[in-house]
Design a protein around this ligand. Structure first.
Ligand code: ATP
Ligand code: MN
Length: 461
């Protein structure tokens, strides 16, 4: 018999059908002449109830069906009389595939703290939270590709290793094959010529520059992959390895980019609402009782637009006492971002035109000589989830900005070339995938929305 996943069984089969189900035991209840075994297989949040009557040979082994053990069950699908489920399986046979010793299996209780679950990251996919998280991540990944594919964007794979030593090496992880205990020296310093690439190499912090290369030939492209930051920020919103979505769009200005970011987020959120109802109800119940209504609100409203200058005015005039200072020229901290989106507007806010000094050299300079065409999308609870800009497409201005920033222009020869040969206005942004999953689910810590979190001093699994 072909195996049925619990999802298809609860959705597409009929009472009376013979079925084969395989999964892991969540709980077991036995009474005098019947046992109820809840099993899950990851296909859906709902457990399947397996009923084992005492007349069955399988009834002899129900006492060994411990939480966590894996089983193969055959039986008949039947309408369930119990509440909370439409169908159950009346078992005809049960085989234990792998035992889980109840003395040592760590997932005995119904609820465990997120901190504890992080220590057993090899078992946490068996919890409801991680199942729901994985299914929502999966849906969101699909929606991201779906959104861009339906608009004719090409998915470009940016390299993870970059040998350009110019991206702000302070926050980058170095990739090397040099023997750290026996470094080759040349004139008293490390001889990088002996390293694998003949020069220092790093893990990428962003696929933007590579995406720009492809956009300036193929028009509309996006990357979606892991990025790495060696920043030592131990916050609930920062990981050392996280996934980023980076569209890069030729012939597009900042206004076009703002529209794109709004359409994009709405698309992801509405698809999650449409396809992950059960999982969202779970997060709504256990993590944030506004998770669903927040997403619905966003899908049905327009994002607010503010310039950085307007945002700073609002913050200064507000009666809030902030931990960090607010004044024109300083970057917005997450408390400021949250005030704007949560208290002031109650919806996502797109802030544009930041001071030049606090933004990257490649952002297009405004005519005021003070601000650049930058854009951040702020959402309640999280603050920034998207950062982007219209890019400086004028070669002379870009060169000037590189020099001002003290960056080595030789290292950017190819980036400058793109402005020399057939330059066009273009724009792009980066969406932090895990921050978006955090926002969608209401899970407070970013370590709990990625399968294997990488943070300072932590890479066990
Ligand atoms: P922040 O100021 O919050 O540290 P950033 O300005 O450094 O973020 P960008 O370089 O603009 O971030 O990156 C684009 C997006 O990537 C951000 O809007 C955010 O959603 C996400 N992001 C940035 N750093 C991290 C991180 N360490 N962990 C998870 N997501 C991140
Ligand atoms: Mn940013």
């Amino acid at each position: 018999m072909r195996r049925s996943k619990i999802k298809e069984l609860l959705g597409g089969k009929q009472a009376g059908d013979e079925v084969l189900v395989q999964g892991w035991v969540k709980t077991r209840r036995s009474s005098k002449n019947v046992a109820f075994v809840q099993i899950s297989d990851g296909s859906t949040l709902a457990d399947l109830q397996v009923v084992v009557g005492e007349s069955l040979p399988a009834y002899q082994i129900v006492d060994s069906l411990n939480t966590g053990c894996s089983v193969s069950v055959t039986g008949t699908l039947a309408e369930s009389l119990g509440k909370g489920q439409r169908y159950e399986v009346q078992a005809t046979s049960i085989e234990v595939l792998g035992q889980a010793d109840p003395e040592t299996y760590p997932l005995q209780k119904k609820r465990h703290t997120p901190e504890f679950l992080r220590e057993i990251a090899h078992l946490r996919p068996r919890t409801n939270t991680f199942g729901a998280m994985a299914r929502i991540r999966n849906q969101m990944s699909q929606s991201i590709h779906g959104f861009f594919q339906s608009r004719g964007y090409l998915f470009i794979q940016a390299p993870m290793i970059t040998a350009s030593d110019a991206e702000g090496a302070g926050e980058m992880f170095r990739v090397t094959t040099l023997d750290l205990d026996n470094l080759p020296l040349k004139e008293g310093a490390v001889n990088n010529e002996e390293d694998f690439f003949g020069k220092p190499a790093f893990l990428t912090v962003s696929g933007q520059l590579e995406a720009e290369i492809f956009a300036l030939g193929l028009s509309d492209v996006y990357t979606f992959g892991p990025t790495f930051r060696a920043e030592n920020s131990n916050t609930s919103r920062h990981l050392a390895e996280f996934w980023m979505v980076e569209p890069e769009v030729a012939f597009c200005d900042l206004e076009g980019l703002a529209e794109l970011s709004e359409d994009f987020l709405k698309h992801i959120f509405s698809q999650v609402l449409e396809n992950c109802g059960e999982d969202m109800e779970f997060f709504n119940r256990w993590y944030d009782n506004k998770a669903i209504s927040t997403l619905e609100g966003i899908v049905n409203s327009n994002f607010e637009r503010l310039t950085y200058t307007e945002a700073v005015d609002i913050l200064i005039k507000s009666a809030e006492s902030f931990e960090f200072p607010v004044s024109w020229g300083l970057d917005l901290q997450s408390e400021h971002e949250r005030y704007l989106t949560e208290k002031r507007v109650g919806r996502p806010v797109i802030v544009t035109d930041y001071p030049m000094e606090i933004k990257a050299f490649y952002m297009r300079q405004n005519d005021d000589g003070k601000t650049v065409r930058a854009l951040d999308v702020l959402v309640p609870r999280i603050g920034e989830i998207i950062g982007g800009s219209q890019r400086e497409e004028r070669g002379d201005v870009l060169l000037e900005r590189l020099r001002q920033a003290g960056l080595p222009e030789e290292a950017y020869w190819w980036y400058l070339d793109l402005r020399k040969y057939g330059t066009v206005p273009h724009s792009g942004f980066g969406l932090g995938f895990e921050r978006t999953v955090q926002f969608v689910t209401g899970v407070p810590n970013i370590r709990d929305v990625i399968p294997f979190p990488r943070t300072p001093k932590n890479a066990e699994f």
